[in-house]
Design a protein around this ligand. Structure first.
Ligand code: PEP
Ligand code: CO
Length: 457
């Protein structure tokens, strides 16, 4: 099999060190960091080469218009809010959304969590000032703590080890959920959490779940042996995070003994963020050599040339599924900015997956000082993304969302009409505001309509 990635001959897991590396913490004790790197390098990888290749193949189906990508999870996972229930509830809402999309729009859904490793955050400002105190910015629990306290904000490399172990435990549970019966389609009703099931979105979901039940009974009555159909009883669920802290990613990068390819064992898919995607930078260099499928965030400042440059650097061999471009252009600008990017990428011949992140171009601070997003803006960006792809004849391949299974009040609007005054009620995110389960389901129904409206090939 052709390898998805033949790294440039100058590439090795540490070759990023010769490039400018933005958004890296200033570790107070370099020797301590090096000791942690050595310990990480001796720990087992969390994912294997074959899995990463299988995800590339699944994403190739998206690139070929035969599947839809649902990439979703926390903005930042937390060391404090770490429990089986919280992982289960996030998994449930993703399964619900996937069931809605698959059943109502008839497309297979590639399910990728922002989970089991999403612990590091790029920041617009290196420090945070409250009153007359200036402290190092919070960079995610993999680096420091969010409490506004000098000790808490000091980067501590031990946190890289904690992040690894929390990722391992999270992934272990996800694997059990995905293959051990929880994701069985006969459980489709059980994914509806109580606070959702009593809402209009939850009742609508119950109707779809009932139809899925009937479809299964119909197939069984036709003599189809459902027990033999693995696709009904388990799902593929993949992990992803922003590859931000390169010492961590390098330490978990291993050579696949069968192919000789380099795999980043920290997650199935890695992406480069909007703030670190410069072409001559360390992050692009690192991602260019690993065999895992990779993503690149594309914000409003990205020029068509830069985006084609990212494609050339990250997908030189034009492998379908290798590269996902995750546009986050903002509700007001997506229809203006996306068309020239699509034209340039089409012209270049790179078979990318296009995904829409309708979250990061639509963040603002409420009058009470909470970072938030408006559900209507999120929806408007998704709709604009679909409209542009429809005009261009390209496939609107997926969405990239920040959500949680919890009943939070972090994004405004939606059917519950969460207002600025409600934000304080249950605002628990460690970083950016997330859709709650009802808002997430609502968005899934709306996306279903958009998918149904696309012309047949
Ligand atoms: C994120 O995905 O949480 C993020 C920081 O996104 P971006 O790099 O697009 O700003
Ligand atoms: Co975010």
């Amino acid at each position: 099999m052709a390898s998805a990635v033949t790294p440039p001959s100058t590439w090795y897991p540490g070759s990023w060190r010769d490039r400018p590396a933005e958004q890296q913490p200033t570790w107070p004790d370099e020797d301590a960091r090096k000791r942690v790197e050595a310990r990480l390098a001796a720990l087992p990888p969390l994912v294997f080469a074959g899995e990463a290749r299988n995800l590339t193949a699944a994403l190739a189906e998206v690139a070929s218009r035969r599947a839809f990508l649902l990439q979703a999870g926390d903005c930042a996972e937390s060391f404090d809010e770490f429990s089986a229930d919280q992982i289960r509830d996030k998994f449930k809402v993703i399964l619900q959304m996937a069931a809605v999309l698959t059943y109502a729009a008839g497309v297979p859904v590639v399910k990728v969590g922002r989970i089991a490793g999403q612990f590091a955050k790029p920041r617009s400002q290196p420090t945070e000032i409250i009153g007359s105190t200036e402290l190092e910015a919070f960079r995610g629990h993999m680096v420091n703590d969010d409490a506004f306290d000098p000790e808490a904000r000091r980067p501590d490399p031990e946190r890289l080890i904690t992040a690894y172990h929390q990722s391992a435990a999270t992934l272990n549970l996800l694997r059990a959920f995905a293959t051990g019966g929880f994701a069985d389609l006969t459980q489709v009703h059980a994914w509806n959490q109580q606070f959702v099931s009593t809402s209009p979105e939850g009742r609508r979901y119950e109707r779809i779940a009932g139809e899925i039940d009937r479809a299964l009974r119909f197939m069984a009555a036709c003599g189809i042996d459902l027990a033999q159909e693995a696709g009904l009883h388990q799902v593929d669920f993949w992990t992803s995070h922003e590859a931000l802290i390169l010492h961590y990613e390098e330490a978990l990068t291993r050579r696949d003994s069968l192919s000789g390819d380099w795999v980043d064992g920290s997650a199935h898919m890695l992406w480069v963020g909007e703030r670190t995607r410069r072409l001559d930078g360390a992050h692009v260099e690192f991602l260019s050599g690993i065999l895992n499928p990779v993503g690149a965030k594309v914000g409003p400042s990205a020029t068509p040339d830069e985006v084609v440059g990212l494609c050339d650097a990250l997908d030189p061999h034009r492998v379908p599924g290798r590269l996902t471009l995750i546009t986050r252009l903002g509700a007001g600008r997506v229809e203006e900015l996306l068309p020239p990017l699509i034209d340039a990428v089409n012209e270049s011949g790179h078979p990318v997956v296009w995904a829409c992140d309708p979250m990061h171009g639509n963040t603002f601070t409420s009058s009470s000082g909470r970072k938030t997003r408006n559900f209507e803006d999120i929806w408007t960006e998704v709709r604009g993304f679909f409209r542009v792809h429809r005009q261009k004849g390209t496939w609107p391949g997926g969405v990239h969302l920040e959500l949680t299974g919890d009943d939070v009040t972090e994004c405004l609007g939606g059917a519950e009409e969460i207002s600025e005054a409600d934000l304080d009620q249950r605002y628990t995110t460690t970083c950016d505001p997330r859709l709650n389960a009802r808002q997430a389901l609502d968005l899934a129904y709306r996306i279903t309509e958009l998918l149904r409206d696309l012309p047949d090939d």
